[in-house]
Design a protein around this ligand. Structure first.
Ligand code: GLN
Length: 305
């Protein structure tokens, strides 16, 4: 299949949609991006790379970081972690407080904010003061790229405007589902959201999920096959918050979005994809990114169904 040609077709076909959607504006730092940027990268298991658009442009990975921290936590925990965070779609926005109150401080899944905050708390119990460094080191390792870093301005902006996330962590603490100091947990969570990567780096970093948990460049087992299956399943059912059903219906692949405008998607046993376009739909997912992935799975016939 001529993937490069397909990427070119997609780039042409999404042009009309680049005007639609809205930049994330819950923190000022996220609005300082080029609103019309578009990039898409594919990396195959046999190390072929296909790129289109501004694939060198770094952006804040935001909720895509939830896949990395959940993977890191699952390496150490299994059943214990699922007592503290579920595996059902929430049907609610990513930062919703309502369901958490009804459900006694147990978040529905690790890919909404509350679930990711619990995951980060579980990492703090292992790595203590070194937690963010360990998260970053893990991302650098699976990307085979030691230059990946976080953005201090975005981190500070998250911290200064993090009222809902701070409410979420306090609510969970009241239900005894946060074990560490809430300030430390929330700081680590905001730092992981502020990590900057481009589409090439993100596609590379996700490749182990297309390969039963083994990272193709090094053959290192990042996570066992069963856990890799579960992470993919959760991406399919929960990776786009209350639009997860719509994403599955349109794209038919496990995926995870972030409000920075990135989306990663996995084609099992074939490749990892990352698309970037910062304007979001009403659910906080990249509008053009979703469209581009829908075009890709339709044109190639490569969905999991
Ligand atoms: N930093 C964002 C938040 O905590 C991440 C959410 C997202 O990407 N959906 O609200």
């Amino acid at each position: 299949m001529d993937y490069q040609n397909i990427l070119e077709e997609i780039q042409n076909e999404i042009q009309g949609s680049l005007k639609k959607g809205k930049l994330a504006n819950y923190i000022p730092a996220l609005e300082k991006v080029n609103a019309d940027d578009f990039a898409m990268s594919l990396v195959t298991l046999d190390n072929k790379h296909y790129n289109i658009g501004c694939t060198e442009q770094k952006f804040s990975i935001q909720s895509i970081s939830k896949v990395f921290t959940f993977t890191l936590a699952l390496k150490r925990y299994s059943k214990e972690l699922y007592k503290r965070v579920g595996h059902e779609p929430s049907g609610d926005p990513f930062n919703s407080l309502a369901q958490l109150e009804y459900e006694n401080g147990i978040p529905r899944n690790p890919f909404i904010n509350a679930g990711a905050i619990v995951t980060t708390d579980s990492l703090l119990s292992i790595y203590k003061n070194n937690t963010f460094e360990q998260i970053l080191k893990f991302i650098q390792k699976i990307s085979n790229n030691n230059s990946i870093e976080y953005n201090e301005e975005i981190f500070k902006s998250e911290l200064n405007h993090g009222f809902r996330n701070i409410a979420l962590i306090n609510l969970m603490k009241s239900f005894k589902n946060i074990n560490n100091n809430t300030d430390k947990v929330i700081e680590t969570y905001f730092k992981q959201c502020s990590i900057m990567m481009n589409t090439k780096e993100l596609a590379q970093a996700m490749l182990f999920l297309a390969n039963h948990g083994i990272n193709p460049p090094t053959n290192e087992v990042i996570i066992n096959e069963l856990k890799a299956k579960r992470i993919n399943s959760l991406m399919l059912t929960c990776g786009h918050y209350d639009a997860s059903g719509d994403f599955a219906y349109r794209v038919g692949l496990p995926g995870k979005s972030g409000v920075g405008g990135g989306i990663v998607a996995i084609i099992p046993k074939k490749m990892a994809i990352c698309v970037y376009s910062p304007k979001l739909n009403a659910y906080g997912n990249s509008l053009v990114g979703t469209r581009a992935l829908e075009l890709f799975s339709t044109k190639t016939g490569l969905s999991i169904f």
